[in-house]
Design a protein around this ligand. Structure first.
Ligand code: GDP
Ligand code: IMO
Ligand code: MG
Length: 429
């Protein structure tokens, strides 16, 4: 197994960016395969902080970084992110960065629609990142998207714009909005086209070539399994499949390329946006987790909801995503707790469940069943070897892997790249 697929196994923000950055020095290519700039991946290298939303986290180590066809791409957000990272000394060139020419674009009209719907939904809103992700994916499967390759053929765009605008004008009218300004949209696309096209290519071909040469490919998932449009807490999800299988369809390599599936798992649970969260803590413990874990969103700055570790959802995520091993992150955030709780099952209207049911009302009604363990008073922050961990922390890790029925491959003990414990090398598996 030469390749590794990294996915989030909770509701996102598990620390995927840090782990992908750490692994990318061992990889020859890093590929984003779904989502868009709703992702916020934070990397810390010798105290320097890099925040990535659309670019693969491998770009910081200079590893060949690829945006696959499964991603929805906002060209203006791309340009802004490349300029920001270049300003931080990261080199991004047509040599080390490529975009699939069959990626669907996120346009300003998608962002508009995302915002209009959320505002109209009031307290029933999804709590999206407002980046136009959902509307862009809808247009993709509705066969009216403008794609990266269309940027090279803007003179022939009229029939596609007819279809796109007919759809959006009807929706906009329902929100008392003026029709799409076609000329302005076309002018914006003309302006940005050369910038995007310098990186555009059939990346499936490039990946085929590097794979044939024996390269190690690292697939970088965004969001998490509980936000997957099929397996997540629907409708409070994102609009893509976030499970490992998407790495194949979203990159143009077959399922055999997926390799070791590394599920990224936070040592407790967080969620940003609306939707069910069985182990959420509205008390001072939840507040303490948020403070010690600095739980504020990278993309929107929103405060993340916090709660105890939920072994039920992680076991389910590992199953539906075929996780080979996990990276347990933010263990250090649990330092100093007198006692720590783990959710091992749910109670739903008198019945005991060992899984999260599909219906939203049931998901909202399940009550967690907890087991309690003693915490540890020593610090794990910055630990780089198993021997650096207090016995009680090792006990916690062992109990987690037992309950989720999946082994631990890595443990992360701070935001810094090298504060990572390697238990089992995913690339060597
Ligand atoms: P991602 O979306 O999965 O890449 O995760 P985010 O970057 O949005 O959120 C994870 C946050 O936790 C970031 O600020 C990271 O720098 C930080 N982080 C990652 N691993 C650790 C860790 O082991 N300990 C601590 N304290 N912070 C971590
Ligand atoms: P990373 O990759 C956490 C959430 C939003 C909202 C829902 C739908 O950093 O883990 P969307 O804008 O995608 O239509 O919003 O999904 N969400 C995330 N939550 N981490 C993310 O990405 C997220 N991307 C989307 O908060 O609840
Ligand atoms: Mg994030």
């Amino acid at each position: 197994m030469a390749n590794v697929t990294v996915i989030g196994a909770q509701w996102g923000d598990e620390g995927k960016g840090k782990i992908v950055d750490w692994l990318s020095s061992r990889a020859d290519a890093v590929v984003r395969f779904q989502g868009g700039h709703n992702a916020g991946h934070t990397l810390v290298v010798d105290g320097d902080v890099f925040k990535l939303s659309l670019l693969p986290s491998g770009i910081v180590t200079g590893t060949l970084s690829i945006i696959g066809n499964g991603v929805v791409l906002d060209p203006w957000a791309l340009k802004a992110e490349i300029e920001k990272l270049s300003g931080q000394g990261v080199s991004i060139t047509a040599e080390n960065f490529a975009i699939a020419d069959n990626c669907a674009l996120i346009l300003p009209l998608h962002r508009d629609l995302d915002g209009l719907r959320e505002t109209a939904a009031g307290s029933g809103k999804i709590g999206t990142t407002g980046r136009g992700i959902g509307p862009a994916y809808e247009d993709k499967v509705g066969r009216r998207a403008i794609r990266v390759c269309d940027l090279a053929h803007l003179d022939a765009l009229d029939p596609q714009l007819d279809r796109l605008c007919a759809h959006h004008d009807a929706l906009r009218a329902g929100f008392d909005q003026p029709p799409v300004d076609r000329e302005a949209l076309l002018a914006e696309l003309r302006d940005i086209a050369p910038y995007v096209l310098q990186y555009a290519q059939p990346v499936w071909k490039r990946l085929k070539k590097v794979r044939k040469a024996g390269a190690k490919i690292l697939f970088e998932g965004a969001q998490g399994v509980l936000l997957d449009v099929d397996h997540g807490t629907y409708p409070f999800v994102t609009s893509s499949n976030t499970v490992s299988g998407t790495a194949a369809s979203g990159s143009g390599l077959g399922p055999s390329a997926t390799g070791f599936v590394l599920g990224i798992v936070k040592a407790y649970t967080t969620r940003v946006g609306s939707g069910p969260f069985p182990t959420e803590l509205d008390d001072e413990i939840g507040q303490r987790l948020g403070e010690q874990g600095h739980e504020f969103g990278t993309v929107t700055g929103r405060k993340r909801r916090c709660g105890w570790f939920d072994a039920v959802i992680v076991r389910q995520s590992c199953a539906v995503s075929g996780v080979t091993g996990i990276a347990l992150t933010k263990l250090d955030v649990l330092d100093g707790f007198e006692t720590i709780r783990i959710c091992t099952g749910y109670r739903l209207r008198g019945k005991i469940l060992d899984y999260l049911p599909a219906h939203a009302a049931d998901q909202a009604a399940v009550e967690p069943i907890y087991e309690e363990m003693d915490g540890w008073q020593e610090t794990t922050a910055g630990a780089r070897s198993w021997a650096d961990l207090p016995a009680q922390a090792i006990k916690y890790i062992s109990r987690v892997q037992e309950l989720i029925e999946t082994p631990v491959a890595l443990v992360s003990t701070s935001p810094e790249r090298d504060d990572t414990i390697l238990v089992r090398d995913p690339f060597m598996d």
